[in-house]
Design a binder for this molecule. Sequence first.
Ligand code: ADP
Length: 267
Amino acid sequence: DLKTRVTPPSKDEMGSLAQAINDLALDLQKYRESRSEFFSNISHELRTPMTSIEGYAKVLKEKLYDSEEEKEQYLDIIHQESIRLTRIIGDLFELSKIEEGKIGFHFEWIDLSEVLNSAIQKTKWRAQEKGLDMRAYIQPDLPFVYCDGHRMAQVFMNLLDNAIRYTEQGTISAKMTKENDVVKISVEDTGIGIPEDELTYIFERFYRVEKSRSREFGGTGLGLAIVKNLVEQQGGSIRAFSEVGKGTRFEIKFLISPDIKKEEEEE
Ligand code: ADP
């Protein structure tokens, strides 16, 4: 009846309503802050190479160099910084497409070990160039994973590329195994490592542990943000484990679908 319908909310209900509104306001504030932080990061990231291109172009135009050698050096910087700019813009575009769900995934049952092996073959020369050992351990008879093979290749290449860039000596090992209901892929290095309190941030856009080092090696600071988005949109998860001076391990997990498990059990 009317009386029960218009009963005012109890103190508890009012309390949780107030809490919900508060949370919403906080979320909105956080969203606004992260948005404005994101834009200030982008401006900074783009401005840094632009400033040096502008500066060195001016030096060349006004012939403010002492030798042909110096001129070549400036041209080289302009060239390198242009490549960096193009890479940042490309990565940004890619990331925004992924985040907005605008890239279509081509899902199939994939033998991920093949994808991992081919990513290793493609990056091996760079490891060898640095004198790093590259190893792979792939457990036999792994179940297929329902994902996009090309996108997973991109993920593996990115992790292997990072492992090589942030390792001075030792080994890069890629592993793929099955543990209970999970297919696990890990990329491990014996590199510089990441401080524990920074581990949660490395998947954020433009977050870098050592800004200068990342730039020096051509990083855009967007690789891991792209990787995390790609893995999660294919139903997987990714985590990083690390110890400074010892090395880093990235672990990707895909849950084996119940159908596959059943088939395996029946065999
Ligand atoms: P970047 O292009 O700078 O490498 P990423 O998004 O790929 O950007 O990685 C973010 C940051 O995480 C890097 O700048 C680096 O500080 C850290 N990082 C990523 N992978 C590794 C690794 N294998 N070992 C040590 N640090 C790493």
